[in-house]
Ligand binder design. Structure first.
Ligand code: SAH
Length: 451
């Protein structure tokens, strides 16, 4: 296959990034937005040693599972790169992905349950971070086209809560009217790099964060005056990111107006969320995820549980009423502060939160002789470190409840726990991210040996 060549290819599989997979003369080709069962004419965009990337020129045979996507941008941008697949097939795709990863390491005796569907299949996100750039002389918000930094202007973000889109557009218009320069990546100049909007779905409280190259710019006070008039806005921050980087947020947040946090609820608990704190983005599905994890943990009122990678304390505080003690660990200091505060405002007195890396604190606790009953882990995509696993096991938990946003590292870590005498017979995918290929899972590893 050569660049710009047109090939006819039958799609036999879907990659974990939701690309259609086919073969031409024994070589693999990944075709953007193509689905299994389809025959397409595809144009080769890029070739590597063992495979090529291509885009659809024409669909010769269409899959019955294809749905019309209202705006092509959703696919182009990667914002919702699975939106062209029927929702029930998306759920199957996620289940199969986990099953295949387990099979690869000969763990196919572990059952993968059907993916728990999300109550909302679009407009489910309670947080948006969108790039701000100048396109054809106009300040625009939108999304970067997949594998690029070309901004595709958007007005309907599809997966965002509709109120969030309303605020994004209102802020965009205020920036335009006040002639605030958008950030220019190449020249590393301009002002606003990203807009972030978070909304407490249960309370309606909205936080607006202007991610800026400089701490201040001419006209900022007027911009803030206008943003605070947008219905629902309770908090406005400037996040200062002066660096030449792809990382969205800088390290410093300056409160420009209103509250330092917004409130949201999970079940009957209230949570205060500050700008840099992690909060699950699918509010309709989060309580179902936590309920599943907590139910499967089989908690007892004598238990000491650890909530590792605790964020603002949501899982541990949801479990606190069933157990004797909760001990949380989280690396982001602001989130630990939020967690302590959240324990206090919900009158939970048996939860303590510690700032630090889980892989540093857990070994210290193990050395001091801490005994645990259940450990909840909810790490970022890279999963757990062997040091953490080693130390966690030393504290002798009956169960490890693993909540994972990356099945590849989940399966890797499950094997390490299994070597240490833990076992599980099922994994439950939970759809936190409809229309995208992201897979969230819960599994409970139980101790089988006493060593
Ligand atoms: N359990 C929480 C947060 C999950 S997200 C919830 O459901 O809302 C993962 C969290 O792990 C984030 O808050 C992130 O800041 C934190 N984190 C990332 N690396 C870490 C590390 N090495 N040690 C402890 N926490 C870490």
């Amino acid at each position: 296959m050569k660049k710009n060549e047109i090939v006819e290819v039958e799609i036999t599989d879907l990659s974990y990034e939701a690309m259609g997979v086919g073969h031409v003369d024994g070589e693999t080709v990944f075709v953007n937005n193509a689905l299994p069962g389809e025959i397409v004419k595809a144009k080769i965009l890029k070739t590597k040693k063992a495979f090529a990337f291509a885009k659809i020129e024409e669909i010769i045979k269409e899959s019955p599972d294809r749905v019309k996507v209202p705006l092509r941008q959703y696919l182009q941008t990667g914002l919702a790169s699975l939106a062209h697949l029927k929702y029930d097939k998306q759920l199957e795709f996620k289940q199969q992905q986990v099953a295949e990863l387990l099979k690869k390491v000969h763990l196919d005796q572990i059952k993968v349950n059907a993916t728990l569907p999300s109550p909302l299949q679009d407009s489910y996100r309670n947080k948006a971070q969108v790039p701000v750039r100048e396109v054809n002389g106009k300040l625009e918000i939108g999304f970067f086209r997949r594998h690029s930094h070309d901004l595709v202007p958007l007005e309907d973000f599809f997966t965002n809560d509709k109120e969030i889109d309303r605020v994004l557009l209102a802020v965009r218009d205020i920036l335009r009217e006040n002639h605030v320069p958008a950030y220019d990546e190449v020249k590393h100049q301009g002002e606003v790099r990203y807009l972030e909007v978070r909304r407490g779905i249960a309370t309606g409280e909205i936080m607006v964060i202007l991610v800026c190259l400089h701490k201040e710019f001419p006209g900022l006070a007027k911009v803030v005056d206008e943003i605070k008039e947008i219905a629902g806005v309770k908090s406005i921050f400037l996040n200062h990111n002066p660096r030449k980087t792809n990382v969205i947020l800088g390290t410093s947040d300056y409160l420009l107006w209103g509250k330092r946090y917004i409130d949201d609820k999970i079940g009957d608990l209230t949570f205060e969320i500050s700008p840099q704190s992690f909060f699950q983005i699918n509010s309709s599905q989060t309580p179902r995820l936590y309920d599943l994890a907590i139910k499967q943990a089989g908690l007892k009122d004598s238990d000491l549980i650890v909530d590792a990678y605790s964020g603002i304390g949501t899982i541990g505080l949801s479990a606190a009423k069933y157990v004797k003690e909760v001990r949380g660990v989280e690396v982001v200091k602001a989130a630990v502060k939020d967690a302590k505060n959240n324990a206090r405002i919900n009158q939970i007195h048996n939860a303590k939160y510690y700032a630090g890396k889980a892989e540093d604190l857990m070994p210290k606790w193990a050395e001091k002789g801490l005994k645990t009953d259940v450990i909840f882990v909810d790490p970022p995509r890279k999963g757990l470190s062997p040091d953490f696993i080693e130390a966690a096991v030393k504290t002798g938990p009956e169960k490890i409840v693993y909540i994972s946003c990356n099945p590849a590292t989940l399966v890797r870590d499950m094997q390490l726990f299994m070597e240490k005498g833990y076992t599980t017979d099922e994994v439950s995918p939970v759809d936190m991210f409809p229309q995208t290929p992201h897979v969230e899972c819960v599994t409970v590893l139980e101790r089988t040996q006493n060593d």
